[in-house]
Write a protein that binds this ligand. Structure first.
Ligand code: PLP
Length: 407
């Protein structure tokens, strides 16, 4: 008799955004005349930068001619894109990353979800709370946790991000083997300073741990003192893997392209205490289970690094940060405390009440969708996340409605 992976039965009934979609769907069905504005899910609204579209067209034309047609490409990505990433995203910022340490993929969600596969199942995993749910759920699926009780899985070391620590978790007293960090953060929009990241790198070195550093929102950093990469911290090459995505940098959420850096100096040990290079393990995993990102998509991603691409993508992130500033100002005017929005496209608002109750209130009284903080973890309770990803017109309209609803 075929049997299931019973770890899946430990997962909470449905994914956060499915819950939200269900509630919004029920509301719209009951009020078909209402114009709901979605500031919940973190999906971009503005079209691809023209430089990327041009490259996409040109590469598609290449695919139409026998002489320039391409079949399977290298699973790890074309050298032209890996070299650009290593030079422009790392060498130019003073970080050492080799082109063959860069693995091009179709998204950071897959990479940060799949990376745990190359580690033992009986390791201790530390995960922030609140958090992008993928880190938790993929470890549950892999069997690294017990059952959930009161919103937390047995076996995970939760790193609490609260108002008391400025929503940046401190290194714990207890050791962990695998640590997930995400800065600029989803959902809180908080950023980590250099000393804070130095403390995490020192912790990982002390504990022979690995940091999985998700910097999907790196392009939103405007404060020059905030590191863009974990590799700006000395010693991080020996303890950290970094995930980056073109999704929020250049509007690629529907186009799909991202990359992961696995330094060749990064080691983990087997049961007998023998060291293994994680680069080799990830390369083996990636080439076995993934067959490369489409050539035209990689060409479109490479166009981000042209002068025109740079200025167009900067324009996009500036635009969303402009929305974020408006949202922050409006929340402050309503007397609500919030963080984020200055180096990140998310604003994390302390609403001082049950987060699903606040979600329902905004939906019913303002027809605005936010994301209830409780969906990101226990520490998210009492907060909601508002996303800056929308048109200016919709953001302005939503803020007027929110102000009226909360009066
Ligand atoms: N990491 C974080 C923290 C995210 O918020 C997201 C998307 O919302 C991703 C990764 C996934 O990015 P991608 O579109 O590259 O799969």
């Amino acid at each position: 008799m075929i049997r299931i992976n019973e770890n899946y039965t430990k997962l909470k009934a449905s994914y956060l955004f499915a819950d939200i979609a269900r509630r919004v769907g029920a509301y719209v069905a009951a009020h078909p005349e209402s114009a709901v504005i979605r500031l919940g899910i973190g999906d971009v609204t503005e079209p691809l930068p023209p430089a990327c579209v041009e490259a996409l067209h040109a590469a598609t034309d290449e695919m139409s001619r026998r002489a320039t047609f391409k079949g399977y490409g290298p699973e790890q990505g074309y050298p032209f894109l890996r070299e650009l990433v290593a030079q422009r995203d790392y060498a130019d910022r003073g970080c050492r990353v080799e082109p063959d340490e860069v693995f091009i993929s179709d998204g950071s969600k897959c990479d940060c979800g799949n990376m745990q596969e190359i580690f033992a199942t009986d390791i201790r995993v530390a995960i922030p709370d609140p958090v992008y749910p993928v880190y938790v759920d993929t470890n549950v699926m892999a069997g690294r946790t017990g059952e959930a009780a009161d919103g937390r899985y047995e076996g995970i070391l939760y790193l609490e991000s609260t108002a008391a620590n400025g929503y940046v978790p401190q290194v714990p007293d207890a050791p962990a083997d695998l640590v997930y960090l995400c800065f600029p953060n989803n959902p809180t929009g908080a950023v980590a300073t250099r000393p804070q990241l130095e403390a995490w790198v020192a912790y990982a070195r002390r504990n022979k741990a690995v940091i999985l550093f998700d910097s999907a929102y790196e392009a939103y950093i405007r404060d020059p003192a905030i590191p863009h990469s974990i590799y700006e911290i000395e010693g991080a090459r020996d303890v950290a893997i970094e995930f980056r995505s073109f999704s929020k940098t250049a509007g690629f959420t529907g186009t799909r392209c991202a990359y992961t850096v696995v330094p060749k100096t990064l080691l983990a040990w087997d049961r007998a205490g023998r060291p293994h290079a994680l680069h080799s393990l990830w390369n083996r995993r990636h080439t076995t289970k993934f067959n490369g990102v489409a050539y035209p998509i990689q060409k479109a991603a490479a166009a981000i690094y042209t002068d025109a691409g740079r200025s167009q993508t900067r324009g996009l992130t500036d635009f969303y940060l402009g929305n974020a500033r408006l949202i922050r100002a409006a929340m402050a005017a309503l007397g609500l405390r919030c963080v984020g929005g200055d180096n990140a496209p998310y604003i994390w608002i302390d609403v001082g009440r049950d987060s699903w109750e606040f979600f329902d209130l905004l939906l019913e009284k303002a027809q605005v969708v936010c994301t209830p903080g409780a969906g990101f973890g226990r520490c998210g309770e009492g907060h909601v996340r508002i996303s800056a990803f929308n048109s200016r017109e919709n953001v302005e309209k939503a803020l007027v409605r929110i102000a009226a609803a909360l009066k």
